[in-house]
Each structure stands twice: as structure tokens, then as C-alpha cells.
Design a protein around this ligand. Structure first.
Ligand SMILES: Cc1ncc(COP(=O)(O)O)c(C=O)c1O
Length: 300
């Protein structure tokens, strides 16, 4: 049981901790007005913040593209995240780390904005695609909304602007599916709305390259590392929708979702529609890997 049980979670805003109900930023923040900002989703397993330094590095890379100057260095950011997790006392949690452009006027010009707002939320979060999905698998559709191309508002940048994914998610919900697979502007498989994708064909693990406009996922990198350890060959290459539908196995990876098998594309089963043997081996290893304290920064 958490030592802070019964108390509101504490939210970090620019160095101060506020009870959740009092954690507020201005309606003039360009994060709200324009989706102008960057974020990370991070998990805490057994008191260790999983891949925290990798998440902080990606946050600063995203900010660099937006010319958003984060008002502290990476090590300070790591320490502020640790402090917030510790203050909340949660040993298993989900962290949302956000840096917005800050308060400006009603025009787009980021030069009119003052200091960026740094926000850290720590909460309990169930696996995003629901519990029980690891045994059953999810159903996906191919969305008609294409992944934003790399020459545009690419998801290589983890920005506060997720409309591209939200449109695809709405399409999945309206079709009665759990999630959508988004194709890139050429028609090749890119990723799910908030997770990366892998397929298995003839014992080889295949995942789309970053050139399809995906977020280079930290869980994706872990899965590639685990596959290497297990001796499973990995290819990063374009995947056609037909290859996807006729794969032996398919699954999604992400901090929120963790590892979730795909059972069906619409009414078409992937393999026999159930989690396959390579997915199971990787999941077993991932469940060991994620609680290994060497793979994160201890909060306590
Ligand atoms: C669009 C998108 N792709 C992939 C991922 C998976 O990335 P990660 O494994 O770093 O969480 C996410 C987020 O979690 C995402 O929002």
C-alpha cells in the first residue's frame, strides 16, 4: 500500500508540488491554444523509473526541433522526476512529463511566450488497451487517416499535437475495434495510434523504420534488444498492409500499452487469432527486463 494512500496525487509545476485538484496552468498557455509543447509517458516499476534517461533525452530532442528551450538541464530534469515520484510514494505508476511553450497571446508567435511550463504528473494507470488483452489480443483496423509524413508534423517529435492519432483512434472506436494501424503517406504500415508495431514472418521479427514517420519508441528499442538476446532475427523495413494481414504474429509496443498481441485486423485473424510463440517469449523476457533496476533510475 502506498504511504500516501487516501491523499490526492501531487503534481509538479515549475518546481512546486500541488495537490491534483489545485494543479493548474493558464488558459493562455500555447500548449492548450496550439498544442505547442512536448511530452513523455514513462512507467515506474517497483520503485525504479524505467528508462528515465532515455525518455528525458527524447524529450530534449523533441524540444530542440520545436526550438523550445527547457529551463533546466537533463540531469536536473531527471532529479525533478525522481523527486515527484518520491513525493507521491508510488512504487508502480505512470508519469506524464510535459513541457509547454508557456503563456502567450492569442497569436501563434512563440516569441511572445514567457517561460515554458514544466509539468510532471504521477498516477496509477492500468494497461492502456485494457486488462486481459495480453491473453486475448486486440482487434485493429487500418485507418483511412495516414500517419503525418516526415516532411510535416512528424510523430518522430513527441509533441502535444496528437490529432493525427486521435482521428485514427476515433475511426477504430466507430468501427468497434480496439485500435488503428496507421499507414504512411506511401501506404506502408507505420504504427498504431500510440504504440509501435511488430510482425513475425517465418521466425523473423519485422518493424517499420523511422522513415515511415513513427515515434522511435523506447519500448520498441527494448523489444529489438530483447530479440537480439533471444537470437530472434530482426529487420527494420517497410511492411505492406497485405504482409501485415498475412503475418504469423503481430503485436504493438509502448509505454502505456506495454506489449499487446494483435488478434484480428477487422475480421481477419493474424495467425490463428491468438498470441503467438515469439510474442510470448519476448513478453516473458520483457516482464523480467522491466523490473531489473539496471534498466532505470531508482526513485527511492
Ligand atoms: C505515436 C506513438 N508511437 C509509439 C509510442 C511508443 O513509444 P514508447 O515505447 O517510447 O512509449 C508512443 C507512445 O508511447 C506514441 O505516442
Amino acid at each position: 500500500m502506498s504511504p500516501q494512500e487516501g491523499r490526492e496525487p501531487l503534481v509538479y509545476i515549475n518546481g512546486e508540488l500541488y495537490p491534483k485538484s489545485e494543479a493548474k496552468v493558464s488558459v493562455f498557455d500555447h500548449g492548450l491554444l496550439y498544442g505547442d509543447g512536448v511530452f513523455e509517458g514513462i512507467r515506474v516499476y517497483n520503485g525504479v523509473i524505467f528508462k528515465l534517461r532515455e525518455h528525458v533525452d527524447r524529450l530534449y530532442r523533441s524540444a530542440k526541433v520545436l526550438r523550445l528551450s527547457i529551463p533546466m538541464d537533463r540531469e536536473q530534469m531527471v532529479q525533478e522526476v525522481v523527486r515527484t515520484v518520491r513525493a507521491n510514494g508510488f512504487r508502480d505508476a505512470y508519469i506524464r512529463l510535459i513541457v509547454t511553450r508557456g503563456v502567450g497571446d492569442l497569436g501563434l508567435d512563440p516569441r511572445k511566450c514567457g517561460r515554458p511550463n514544466v509539468i510532471i504528473i504521477v498516477e496509477h494507470l492500468e494497461p492502456i488497451l485494457g486488462s486481459g488483452v495480453r491473453e486475448k489480443g486486440i482487434t485493429v483496423i487500418f485507418s483511412s487517416t495516414r500517419r503525418d509524413p516526415v516532411q510535416s508534423t512528424s510523430h518522430e517529435v513527441k509533441s502535444l499535437n496528437y490529432l493525427n492519432s486521435i482521428l485514427a483512434k476515433i475511426e477504430a472506436i466507430e468501427a468497434g475495434a480496439d485500435d488503428a494501424i496507421m499507414l504512411d503517406s506511401r501506404g506502408f504500415v507505420a504504427e498504431a495510434t500510440g504504440a509501435n508495431v511488430f510482425i513475425v514472418r517465418n521466425g523473423t521479427l519485422i518493424t517499420p523504420p523511422v522513415t515511415t514517420g513513427i515515434l522511435p519508441g523506447i519500448t520498441r528499442a527494448v523489444v529489438i534488444e530483447i530479440a537480439g538476446k533471444l537470437g530472434i532475427p530482426v529487420q527494420e523495413r517497410d511492411i505492406t498492409p497485405v504482409e501485415f494481414m498475412t503475418a504469423d504474429e503481430a503485436f504493438v509496443t509502448g509505454t502505456g500499452a506495454e506489449l499487446v498481441p494483435i488478434g484480428y485486423v477487422g475480421k481477419v485473424p493474424i495467425g490463428d487469432g491468438r498470441p503467438g510463440p515469439i510474442f510470448r517469449r519476448i513478453l516473458e523476457e520483457f516482464n523480467r527486463y522491466k523490473v531489473d533496476p539496471r534498466n532505470g533510475v531508482p526513485a527511492f
